[in-house]
Ligand binder design. Sequence first.
Ligand code: CP
Ligand code: NVA
Length: 324
Amino acid sequence: MMFANGNLKAGIDKPFSQKHLLRLQDYSPEEIFHVLSLGMKLKNERKNNIEHPLLKGKNLAMIFTKSSTRTRVSFEVAMTQLGGSALFLSSADIQLGRGETIADTARVLSRYVDGIMIRTFKQSDVEDLAKYGTVPVINGLTDLYHPCQILADLMTIYEEKGSFKDLKLAFLGDGNNVAHSLMIGCSKLGMHFAIGCPKGYEPNQDIFEMAKKNAEKSGSTIEISHDPVEAVKDADVVYTDVWASMGQESEKEERKKVFSPYQVNSNLFSQAKPDAIFLHCLPAYRGLEVTDDIIDGPNSRVFDEAENRLHVQKAVLALLLKGD
Ligand code: CP
Ligand code: NVA
């Protein structure tokens, strides 16, 4: 991929044809690279106290029907650093929570703001917001996908490894929203992806098929295994996420039992390459999906990863909300 050679110019002046960020599958590898390189440029500017008010006077509405620390704070700070502002809209407070439709919410918010970020359950609600509204919509996590997280993960991997080609990412745990978006992101950029998960917790079949097609194009592989050691073997990146996602709280105890062989601990991590990095989207449940020695250890990059949410989302916001 060209990105590794650094010949893709970061910037918001380069044409960017996407209107929304609903799922990574809608983006070409070049568009993903464009977002990542702009994210790194903005990160570098921020570290050097160079201001970048690319969205001066613009407003972002942020709808949350699920909890959040990173997504909420990083998007709000991102808008401030870009010279705009963000409104936090909890579904507990807005009329959406009392039955106003997504379509009407989209139509109304489009008259006030320049973009909408939403975290919710159904992917179709995010797609409906985009369908009925007239402003860009960004998916801040659904039951199916978490594209913003994976852009930050890819940026972190690139910063560490300098390329994506021929790297292997191993995901341990549930075939959930984060696993789905990782599978798509890796397969688009030519990274091998292996998931180690219990039987019955595999990724969604349609998303797996999509990722396999991407992988054929990019020359990578997608593997599903029920053996955690096989999944982690020789990995460059070891990734895990909570065993019970938001909305699955009632399954917590059952999942603890089923997922325990997939815990990322020093035994399992030792099967990866010696220079493998550990990533986790966070929040982490220490002692369950990951042990303290791994998440706090020398190979962990989880807080760089969390920081990169801010930088890469500034890139997404700048590209989608800048207007003509
Ligand atoms: N990783 C992530 O999206 O974190 P929050 O749930 O805190 O937003
Ligand atoms: N899979 C997790 C990710 C949290 C950022 C969830 O959906 O709760």
